[in-house]
Ligand binder design. Structure first.
Ligand SMILES: Nc1ncnc2c1ncn2[C@@H]1O[C@H](COP(=O)(O)OP(=O)(O)OP(=O)(O)O)[C@@H](O)[C@H]1O
Length: 262
């Protein structure tokens, strides 16, 4: 079953998905999902391993295009514009809909260059001082500036795991995205680094729309406004996080959150 939640009229829809199906060769991983993503919300995708959370997430910035056998059908729009339009510039789309991965993956370059790369590629800074400003403001917004301001020209890979993940978040922010997709961003981090990222997510939602895939139900409950529960490639239930966790409408959701499977 798929379902579009009733939304408050005041809420602006940032992205819509309609009848989205995803195939890996002959294997269908997503079975016709409809979803609205609201501007400036944090929405969490939960569900058992293999249910299609990451596959659906990757549809939202066409990251599945990089997988040869993967085919996506249906419609996904950002601000009403179909992101699967062949005329669309995918590099530009991935700046608007940025992505943070499970394992921090800084470039093998300096901290400064990790942040400066995207703005340079997209022509966002015409002079060095503009680039310096973007680097500083992105690192500040990712809560990393104070820790790295004296070693901007040292390798990003020399930072701790949690710092590297914040560097990757800063790199995503540097190209002024509207939506940030996070695919289990804390699964490689210790509890302290995880709580720093969770606090950061709470701050970032003032400026960005955030979609987060997480295996950790406590994390979904802590960070998200709405939660979507996936099962076997279907969207079973979507609603306010508190409702989904305390008063699920579907038996499958209840079984999952009470630990009966998954
Ligand atoms: N690159 C790929 N090639 C072929 N099949 C894939 C690929 N990626 C995912 N799949 C299949 O698609 C289905 C959904 O996988 P996906 O990784 O999206 O699920 P998930 O809910 O994110 O799982 P997990 O929580 O374990 O990361 C699974 O059956 C998986 O085997």
């Amino acid at each position: 079953m798929s379902e579009v939640t009733m939304l408050n009229n005041a809420e602006k829809i940032k992205m819509t998905a309609r009848d989205v199906k995803v195939f890996y060769g002959d294997n269908q991983a997503i079975h016709g999902i409809d979803m609205d993503i609201v501007e400036n919300e944090v929405i969490a995708f939960i569900g058992p391993s293999g249910c299609g959370k990451s596959t659906f997430l990757r549809c939202l910035n066409r990251m599945n295009d990089t997988i040869d056998i993967c085919k996506v059908t249906g419609n996904i729009a950002l601000d009403g514009y179909n992101i699967y339009d062949p005329a669309l510039d995918v590099v530009q789309l991935r700046a608007q809909v940025g992505m943070v991965f499970q394992k921090p993956n800084p470039f093998p370059k300096s901290i400064y260059e990790n942040i400066a790369y995207g703005p340079k590629l997209h022509g966002l800074a015409s002079k060095k001082s503009d680039l310096d400003d973007i680097v500083e403001s992105s690192l500040r917004r990712a809560g990393l500036w104070e820790e790295v301001k004296d070693r901007l020209h040292q390798p990003g890979t020399g930072l701790s795991g949690g710092q590297q993940q914040r560097l990757c978040i800063a790199r995503t922010i540097a190209v002024s995205p509207e939506v940030i997709l996070m695919d289990e961003p804390c699964s490689a981090l210790d509890p302290i680094a995880t709580s720093i990222i969770e606090e950061l997510i709470d701050e970032l939602k003032q400026n960005f729309t955030i979609v987060i895939v997480t295996h950790n139900m406590q994390q979904a409950a802590r960070v998200s406004d709405r939660t979507a529960f996936f099962h076997l490639g279907n969207l079973i239930e979507i609603g306010g996080t508190n409702d989904v966790f305390t008063n699920p409408k579907q038996k499958k959701t209840e079984d999952y959150i009470t630990g009966r499977y998954g």
